[in-house]
Design a protein around this ligand. Sequence first.
Ligand SMILES: [Zn+2]
Ligand SMILES: [Zn+2]
Ligand SMILES: [Zn+2]
Length: 666
Amino acid sequence: MFTAKGLFAQIPCPNREKCLIPRCMFSHDDRSKQLIADATATSNVSRMIDTDDGEQNGQRKRQKIGGQEESPLPKTGAPSTSIQKPTTTQKPEVVKVPSASIAKRPSALQRDISPPPLRRKSQNGTSAVAKPSGAAPATPQAKKPAPVKTPLKSEPLNPRARRTAPAVHNVRLKLLQALYDQYKRLNTELAKDANDAEEELVLSEQGVITRALNAEESACEQASIYSNVIKNKIMTYKRMTVAQWKEERAKEVAKEKAVEAAAISDTPTAKPTEPPKPIETGLSTEQEISILPRLYTPIDDLAKHGYVTTIPTPQEIETAKNGIEASKGWEVCDRCKSRFQVFPGRREEDGALASGGQCTYHFGKPYWKDRSTLDPKAKREKKWRCCEQNLGDSPGCTTAEHHVFKVTEVKRLAAVLNFEKTPENNDASLDRPVCIDGEMGYTVHGLELIRLTATTWPRGEELLDVLVRPVGEILDLNSRYSGIWPKDITSATPHLSTTVPPPPTSPQNIYIVPSPTHARALLFSLITPRTPIIGHGLENDLNATRFIHPTIIDTALLFPHKAGLPYRNGLKMLVHTHLGRHIQVVKEGTVTGHDSREDANAAGWLVRWEVGRVWERLRREGWVVRGGGVVGPRGEMIVDKMAGGEKEVVVGVGSKRGREEMEEGS
Ligand SMILES: [Zn+2]
Ligand SMILES: [Zn+2]
Ligand SMILES: [Zn+2]
């Protein structure tokens, strides 16, 4: 189980009426309670929120739909109102657990699904509501909840209140029901034979109701042709096949994900308006590669920038292991800063992976909101990009099942899996440059590699792209950022052989290797110590893959931030600034989060662009192309020190000078 969908729906929102979150995951019951109180005092309120038209009729109908005659309102002195009653969907969704696993570790699962006390309290408050006869059984979504999704507002199948309605209530209700019936039919049929990947397209019972309510409400906007609009809609869905419905749902789901992904990117997402401009260097592939040594990160600098350059010794690893043992698994949460305990291999008595319950946090970054033009003197506010709440106003807008942590200390990383140096490889063709990118997820051992991608440079062809089963039990795949979702891991085909599997042609047919060691071995079969490895913030990828490599082009170092370290330019920003291209753009129909392939290639584009700039300078100094390389006015050549060229150092040309030039130029 990766999510806590619905768990907070019963907990009062900490922001109460100040909350501005459109679909806040916390309960805003106090709003409706207030409404009920008002309604009890005077029935005028009900007239304001619903039209008088056919109210009596509608009320009776609604009772029938609800399947219950008993009014949930206080009986004494309560006039008849149109306050909506609790319905089938108000019951918290039930998480189904396979009985086999319950038998295996009962207390662990009890613990996993047991709600926080607050929820239990309000659950009792609504438990008097009898489950209506027509209630839907647990939906496929309840069985396997989508990760990090805000629960839908609980609403009955009853036209939404409007100040002016285009038709009397019972007409609206009838049309709404007819539309609902069609949605329900399509949704039920889709649910029947949805595969793992399609399950996210299946709506919950509330989802079907909400969709019908939205459609009916939007038809109300065209009051004069309301009934035509909605009747056409009903006909459309009556004729619709499940395949067409599936297609429509896929588009909707992609759009929802796009909205979510836009909230996490550091810059507002813009869609590319024109095709990307090609990067022109005026050089052949061979000549471009011959210039690359000018861009290498000097080996002496690697350690300064978080790269590991020596393999931790057995003694160091022993020390780290003793330290881990002594700390008894206590860590500080990377997101909410709580202290909590992790239990690698699960806690014996109950099978728990971590203590401290759920993690409530903001998944976006804080930013300074621009002053309103209406009130330029107003204080500037720092807000969370994820939810637009002010910093400090709430502990978080998102809840995950576990707290998480990351390890940066090298010997602790080595205690999980030790580093290895890129081994020799006899195939000299493997000296060609490679772009790599890894994605990481949180496990009981910290942040671990869960996907590894390698492409060729400069062409960007796929060499390797596999999911990786981490060493520790997964706490959180960090899906918003990694782009990897629980179903990607569960539905990937295991790859056990030591030959590199073909790259996936779609996200559905990616392979998963059983360990980071396996992923590293596949990568090692594609490179030599002389292979220039290109990437952005590569120390993260190398450390997660646990390998030490001497020949590095790190675009985070190649294009340093104006403010100097520790500030770094983001890949997305660099690609936009220098190349006018948009990456990590949310496209309909693609997964959210980083796409390793795109990230790896984007770093490669930046390197080509930089090669073009270096070549411009060299040309001004009198360099010319000759064969597969470039030569200086006095016959100088660019020396690849990594390829053993240090013996023939040529005056005036070297990686040190190259660095200086680059720094002043960027
Ligand atoms: Zn937030
Ligand atoms: Zn936390
Ligand atoms: Zn990435």
